[in-house]
Design a protein around this ligand. Sequence first.
Ligand SMILES: Cc1cc2nc3c(=O)[nH]c(=O)nc-3n(C[C@H](O)[C@H](O)[C@H](O)COP(=O)(O)O)c2cc1C
Length: 230
Amino acid sequence: MAEKRVLIVSYSYSHQTRNLLKSLIKGLEDEEVLLTWERVSPLQDLRFPIGTIFSTVVMMLKTFFRKRYPIMPLNPSVFQQWDLIILAGPTWSYNPSGPILSLLDRDGKNLIAGQSVLPFISCRGYWRVHFWGLRSLLKKCGARIICAPIVFSHPTPEPWRTIGVFLKLAGKDPEVGASWFCKFYPKYGHSRKQMELAYDIGKKLGHDIMAGKKPSKLKFQTPISSQEDY
Ligand SMILES: Cc1cc2nc3c(=O)[nH]c(=O)nc-3n(C[C@H](O)[C@H](O)[C@H](O)COP(=O)(O)O)c2cc1C
């Protein structure tokens, strides 16, 4: 079977995207796809959690206006032709994250022009505006095919996940301890079952790629979220 090479370019602030990708990659590799994983690193380390309610509100406001977070240079070897590029990262205030915006500003054309790109999103629950904005940026960079995204939302029901994510970012650890809130918010981020799902998606994606399926035909059920899976 002909070799298939996939590049994953990702940013992850609180390790949710990263953990999902580890499972996805295992599934892809089990199907013999050759993987290169490039992690985007901000020039200035972004500490998680943000730490205070005030600085969390400030960061949310800045990221709402698409603040860029400058990044380190990418490994020069990523600038080549791939069978597929997976661009992965979290939603920040209805937008792609600041490091991914910086990546697209600086390297987008060189990295993405003429390539097939599959967006991969980890979010609390609101990803559509992020995806629409990302799709338009990818088009400007000259992406040849932009696949339907793979999306993982936090599985905790509202309003707890919104309050929980905010408190977590502000450094409050809302899921720890014996408070009444923990009953409604048992965990920050994605569940173990979603990690297993990411593996299954990786296997299916790997199988489709190895079988020569066109990237435009790659489709996954989104958003991938369930409220019973802790
Ligand atoms: C500054 C900031 C803004 C966020 N805004 C949103 C948002 O608008 N919609 C959403 O669903 N999640 C939002 N989130 C939550 C993250 O998308 C979510 O926690 C994601 O799983 C984090 O992935 P990561 O750990 O890979 O960074 C925001 C997180 C941060 C830090």
